[in-house]
Design a protein. Structure first.
Ligand SMILES: *Cc1c(COP(=O)(O)O)cnc(C)c1O
Length: 234
């Protein structure tokens, strides 16, 4: 398979949708509960337009500057595209993010949440937020430990520019399937506790190109897929 052939984006999207459908059916979950975020970081505008033409509406980007350029070029042409920031967010970029994105999945401290809320333009709906949780406990990874996530969720409830939607995690890269599964399940447990307290919480963002089946089996509602749609990144 020539995975970098641009004309294959629609085909790859279909393959990913098929994988999601199969995983949903195997765990007896309604397919409508599982959404696909196409991760377009480092990929050109033309690739995003191909994915859009094939029906994809939600896109994920990691780097603020790159993302803003894409959003500014695409937004007028395709007003129903939705943009998620899934990469780290520094405070000096928060205003641009609050003005251009629909979702930020990497909130892990109150300070940044407060800035995003204050800087969210009043003509836009509240910014959708996922708290990033570090389930693997690796010190190299950003994200909250589970107990901190519940505390931060409580503080977010008072911020009018934000709408808390759920949790996001990037598990450690491991071939140990059981270990990965236990991390996904720990996240699912935390998500269920949050959803009981906060009625808007409906999003559990976990699973990528290589592990989306297990993520769906463990309760993911949003899989973030880059390589399997757009090909390998340089
Ligand atoms: C790049 C990235 C993805 C997509 O990863 P693939 O393995 O290419 O599917 C998903 N989530 C995050 C946070 C990423 O940075």
């Amino acid at each position: 398979m020539v995975i970098n052939d641009m004309n294959n984006i629609a085909q790859h999207l279909q393959l990913v949708q098929d994988r999601i459908a199969k995983a949903a059916s195997e765990s007896s979950r309604p397919l409508g509960d599982i959404h696909l975020l196409a991760v377009s970081k480092t990929k050109p505008i033309a690739d995003i337009e191909q994915a859009y033409a094939a029906g994809q509406r939600q896109f994920g980007e990691n780097y603020v500057q790159e993302a803003i350029e894409k959003i500014q070029q695409l937004t007028h042409k395709y007003p129903d595209m939705r943009w998620h920031l899934i990469g780290p967010l520094q405070s000096n970029k928060s205003r641009q993010v609050a003005e251009h994105f629909d979702w930020v999945q990497t909130v892990d401290r109150l300070k940044i949440a407060q800035r995003l809320s204050e800087q969210r333009p009043s003509h836009l709906p509240p910014l959708n937020i996922c708290l990033q949780v570090n389930v693997s406990g690796e010190s190299s990874k950003s994200g909250l430990i589970p107990a901190e996530a519940l505390a931060l969720a409580a503080s977010l409830a008072d911020l009018p520019g934000l709408r808390l939607r759920g949790l996001m995690a990037i598990p450690e890269h491991t071939d140990d399937v059981a270990r990965l599964e236990s991390q996904f399940l720990e996240l699912k447990q935390l998500f269920d506790r949050m959803a009981e307290i906060y009625p808007d919480v409906d999003t559990l963002s976990m699973g990528m190109s290589e592990d989306l089946e297990m993520a769906v089996a463990c309760g993911s509602t949003l899989v973030r897929v880059g390589t399997a749609i757009f090909g390998t990144r340089n």
